[in-house]
Design a protein around this ligand. Structure first.
Ligand code: SF4
Length: 399
């Protein structure tokens, strides 16, 4: 079978993954600390904050990765997912000034920009024939209200009906609702009616208001982030969720962050993918940041997979961690590497060097190198196609 479908709520996860997982972990010889976790999984006991901290402190990263990878295999076998998408960041003008953000500009900055609807459509036109998703997030523009985004989304759907719109983070939704004088629910309903397919997960950072006050003062509170996603799920808009790590948070705060998302996902079944990404090194914006090593990135991916059993997919976000780390992460519990992307500003202004000219063939190669089978997916993880590389032309022997 090269093409298949899945209910959005399953997102292609094996329905009997818990039994498969138990069979695969039961007879492995685990270290003492991981055996505590394995025993709880075998007994169907939810993992708590202490368990999450035990996972983070596991001395043997390979063993932790092995446990995470067995979770991934129980859920998705050897499949790993990607999509053909383009990122268009509609404006960098923002009324806030989060300390970790290298992207935002004040309205008077010489390099501030705000794409008109026509300019946005011209950008999309360049990529539309080979993508099925546009991913759009940006600054909180002081004048753009819900009508502006409804007009934009309607034009996208009229001119490129095959393109799914994954757009607007929770803080953008909050901002739109405030300047449009609408409730969060009505804002989301208007956007959904205009063509919005799903919400990206950006802006969760760390769901702890003490941390948020320091790294992103003025943004939505932890509870507001959760509430906005809950309303989205309630009206049938699936979403992703994220974690920005390596700023000033503690291990416990990371685990508490995951548990809040896991519990909401358990209730609503609306989260499709968790995207953990490290703060990219920068000595000026957050000089007290801890920064993350390669080991730390793999550890976070692995712990995410083990803790977040209500969120099907774990993304190795190649725009942030780079292609080499993404390839490794696919052996440490991640099952998705996002997409072709083509253009992106937010991570690249923060220091990302990930190439933007990737095609589907190169992405598939990255997945194959990690020992997985490349599967092309749509935005909502409901349609899938096994990637079959085009046949190379046969070279005639030189005589
Ligand atoms: S992270 Fe988002 S809300 Fe914060 S300053 Fe940057 S663009 Fe604005």
């Amino acid at each position: 079978m090269t093409k298949w479908k899945s209910a959005i709520v399953d997102a292609d996860r094996n329905k009997d993954w818990k039994d498969r997982l138990k069979r695969s972990i039961r007879d492995v010889k685990w270290s003492e600390s991981l055996q505590i976790i394995v025993d709880k999984i075998l007994a169907d006991e939810p993992l708590n904050v202490t368990d999450g901290c035990i996972l983070f402190e596991c001395k043997n990263l390979n063993e932790l990765g092995h446990l995470a990878n067995l979770h991934k295999i129980a859920m998705f076998d050897n499949n790993a997912y990607f999509n053909s998408n383009v990122h268009i960041n509609q404006t960098n003008i923002c009324v806030l000034a989060c300390r970790f953000c290298a992207f935002r500009r004040g309205p008077k900055a010489s390099d501030a920009y705000a794409l008109s609807i026509d300019d946005y459509l011209s950008e999309l036109e360049k990529f539309s024939s080979f993508v099925n998703e546009v991913h759009s997030v940006g600054g909180l523009h002081p004048d753009w209200d819900v009508d502006h985004y409804c007009s934009l989304f309607k034009r996208i759907k009229k001119e490129h009906p095959h393109v799914s719109i994954k757009a607007l983070t929770a803080v953008e939704i909050k901002h739109l609702s405030q300047i449009s004088n609408l409730s969060i629910r009505d804002t989301l309903l208007r956007l959904q009616e205009a063509g919005l397919t799903s919400l990206p997960g950006g802006g969760a950072e760390i769901l702890d208001d003490d941390v948020r006050q320091i790294i992103c003062n003025g943004k939505e509170s932890s509870q507001e982030y959760l509430d906005i996603h809950e309303v989205a799920h309630d009206i049938g808009l699936p979403s992703n969720c994220t974690m920005l790590f390596g700023t000033i948070e503690t291990t416990q705060q990371r685990v508490e962050h995951m548990i809040q998302l896991r519990d909401l996902g358990q209730r609503t079944k609306g989260f499709q993918c968790f995207v953990p990404y490290p703060f990219l090194p920068d000595s000026t914006r957050l000089p007290m940041a801890q920064l993350s090593t390669g080991q730390e990135i793999l550890r976070v991916i692995a712990v995410s997979r083990i803790m977040l059993d209500s969120i099907p997919h774990i993304k190795a976000y190649r725009m942030n961690i780079g292609d080499s780390m993404a390839e490794l992460a696919l052996q440490f519990g991640a099952d998705d590497i996002d997409g072709t992307v083509k253009q992106e500003s937010i991570m690249h202004l923060a220091g990302s060097k990930t190439p933007l000219d990737y095609g589907v063939k190169q992405l598939a190669k990255l997945v194959t190198r990690s020992g997985n089978i490349p599967i092309k997916r749509n935005t909502t993880y409901s349609e899938f196609e096994k990637f079959v590389p085009p046949k190379e032309p046969r070279r005639l022997p030189v005589v």
